[in-house]
Write a protein that binds this ligand. Structure first.
Ligand SMILES: *[C@@H]1O[C@H](CO)[C@@H](O)[C@H](O)[C@H]1NC(C)=O
Ligand SMILES: *[C@@H]1O[C@H](CO)[C@@H](O)[C@H](O)[C@H]1NC(C)=O
Ligand SMILES: *[C@@H]1O[C@H](CO)[C@@H](O)[C@H](O)[C@H]1NC(C)=O
Ligand SMILES: *[C@@H]1O[C@H](CO)[C@@H](O)[C@H](O)[C@H]1NC(C)=O
Ligand SMILES: *[C@@H]1O[C@H](CO)[C@@H](O)[C@H](O)[C@H]1NC(C)=O
Ligand SMILES: *[C@@H]1O[C@H](CO)[C@@H](O)[C@H](O)[C@H]1NC(C)=O
Ligand SMILES: *[C@@H]1O[C@H](CO)[C@@H](O)[C@H](O)[C@H]1NC(C)=O
Ligand SMILES: *[C@@H]1O[C@H](CO)[C@@H](O)[C@H](O)[C@H]1NC(C)=O
Length: 448
């Protein structure tokens, strides 16, 4: 083990970039009727935070996450491999998904991340690990564990594969100082609630012996990105969906895979029609789910924003708009944010608050309004190519705990735009990978 440790420590130092072949969609289809339903817990659930603390924590995590995501494309202009090798911060996940690993299954919670691909957990013997709530997974206790050989296509699907004593070694860096390194292995995983439990053999995952950073009360991460090593790709599932309950609700959110991921159980006559918009591929960041945002309306007025503000720069891959499970509030490219802010300031008849530089949210109004003043808050619609997302009020206005003001739950970005999860509370959101479409419909997520 010490020699492996030495080898991994060596590779954790910056090395010249190795251009390895990136295999295409190495999907392992699991059959048409396959599917399950799982529970998503918010990272701060059950920790006894007040509503104000929950909001403050989420907004501050959001800022760190957005900063990292935005640095990705800019870090390595045109070099997709470098950009993807440096991922998002491990500590900034928002939702945890329970799964069982090994035989018999040992359950742990992993941070769901639509911005990365690898599935990994901390493994015994642990050379360097961060705090986690469950014991480390121990490969010697599970007869279904198989280390993957260096010549395996699965090994070559890593952006940065390494070989140690014929065993495939992975290393993943996240945007902050967080990282994980260890053996790439296959194992049997168990997913789903009791009623929809499925056991899936030969899921490739990272068994991390050297980990740094924070796991926010999880014991690993589960990548839901578009690359071949993500859970989504390995299950060969044509679609997945989630329905996020209100941010302040105690009711857990739901995740659906395969046959369970469908929007046609929601009652369109009460919640409105299902809307669909195509995913866009950004070759510089192929893992992420880019959308084609074309405009924004505030109070029924389409804002004068040049659509180029939302476009991906073909030369260096910067810009564009992603939908991301790990960012709370929405970030808009600067000119678009400026237009939204100006519309709010002109349409809301309340004094604007001066906020400090440290505050993430800066479109804030004096709250509460004077007695008997009637107040109309403008409606917000995101226009995507082929779909309009009309936001319910609690998805874009919040009372910010520090200033006590009523704030727009959006912030400015110097690079691309990010549609955060605060904006799709009580939407059932379907990632239809087969047809490359994102679909959504308003839904009472605490009831379904
Ligand atoms: C983890 O959860 C516990 C309670 O469940 C809470 O006290 C603690 O602050 C949480 N830690 C992190 C890093 O979120
Ligand atoms: C690991 O799983 C993948 C996908 O099921 C399979 O192609 C590969 O042969 C497996 N490798 C080992 C060593 O079991
Ligand atoms: C699932 O099954 C386990 C063991 O059979 C049981 O302890 C647990 O309470 C069940 N969970 C739910 C939500 O029914
Ligand atoms: C529900 O949706 C699925 C796929 O999205 C489709 O195949 C199926 O026919 C639909 N079922 C009904 C009853 O409309
Ligand atoms: C949908 O909602 C409408 C209005 O509440 C109701 O009349 C209709 O029966 C519902 N349809 C289904 C399939 O539940
Ligand atoms: C796109 O990126 C290139 C290289 O960084 C830059 O020179 C160019 O100005 C960018 N184009 C736009 C429209 O921002
Ligand atoms: C906000 O700051 C500006 C400039 O510093 C100042 O002129 C204005 O009076 C301040 N407004 C309030 C409500 O404090
Ligand atoms: C985005 O949508 C607009 C309007 O439908 C369309 O003209 C444009 O080509 C789309 N851009 C991409 C990159 O798909």
């Amino acid at each position: 083990m010490t020699r492996l440790a030495a080898a991994i420590l060596v590779v954790l130092l910056p090395l010249p970039l190795l251009l390895s072949a990136v295999v295409g969609a190495a999907a392992f289809p699991r059959g048409g009727g396959f599917g399950f339903e799982a529970t998503l817990r918010h990272v701060d659930a059950d920790a006894g935070y007040t509503k104000a603390e929950l909001l403050a924590r989420a907004v501050s995590r959001s800022r760190a996450r957005a900063a990292t995501l935005q640095s990705l494309a800019a870090l390595a202009p045109g070099d997709a491999i470098t950009a993807v090798r440096i991922l998002v911060r491990a500590s900034d996940g928002e939702y945890l998904m329970d799964m069982g690993i090994g035989t018999p299954p040992r359950y742990y919670s992993a941070i769901l991340d639509t911005g990365s691909d690898l599935i990994w957990t901390q493994c015994a013997p642990c050379l360097l690990c961060v705090d986690q709530p469950t014991p480390y997974y121990d490969p010697t206790q599970s007869p279904t564990y198989r280390a993957i050989g260096c010549s395996s296509p699965v090994c070559n699907a890593l952006y940065y594969p390494l070989c140690f004593q014929k065993v495939c070694v992975y290393q993943y860096f996240y945007g902050d100082s967080a990282s994980t390194a260890g053996v790439l292995a296959n194992e049997t995983f168990t997913f789903g609630t009791n009623a929809t439990r499925v056991t899936v053999p030969s899921i490739s995952f990272g068994c991390g012996n050297l980990n740094a950073g924070s796991l926010a009360n999880g014991s690993g991460m589960v990548g839901f990105g578009r690359g071949s090593l993500s859970l989504v790709s390995q299950l060969g599932s044509p679609r997945f969906s989630y329905c996020l309950t209100s941010f302040l609700s105690k009711v857990p959110s739901r995740l659906y895979f395969g046959a369970y991921a469908t929007l046609n159980s929601t009652n369109a006559s009460t919640s409105g029609p299902v809307q669909s918009t195509p995913f866009v591929v950004n070759p510089a960041l192929p893992t992420m789910y880019f959308l084609n945002l074309t405009g924004i309306s505030v109070g029924g007025v389409l804002l004068p924003i040049d659509p180029a503000v939302f476009a991906i720069n073909d030369t260096d891959g910067t810009g564009g708009t992603i939908i991301d499970s790990g960012t709370t509030i929405t970030y808009l490219a600067e000119p678009a944010y400026g237009a939204v802010r100006a519309a709010f300031v002109s349409q809301i008849k309340l004094p604007l608050l001066n906020v400090t530089d440290a505050s993430v949210l800066d479109t804030c109004f004096k709250w509460p309004p004077p007695p008997r003043q009637s107040l109309t808050l403008p409606q917000v619609v995101f226009h995507f190519d082929g779909a309009d997302m009309e936001l319910p009020l609690p998805n874009y206005m919040l009372v910010e705990p520090m200033s006590g003001g009523l704030c727009l739950a959006m912030a400015t970005s110097s690079d691309g735009s990010i549609i955060g999860n605060f904006q799709h509370q009580n939407f059932h959101v379907l990632y239809d990978l087969e047809n490359s479409l994102l679909s959504f419909v308003p839904a009472p997520c605490n009831l379904i």
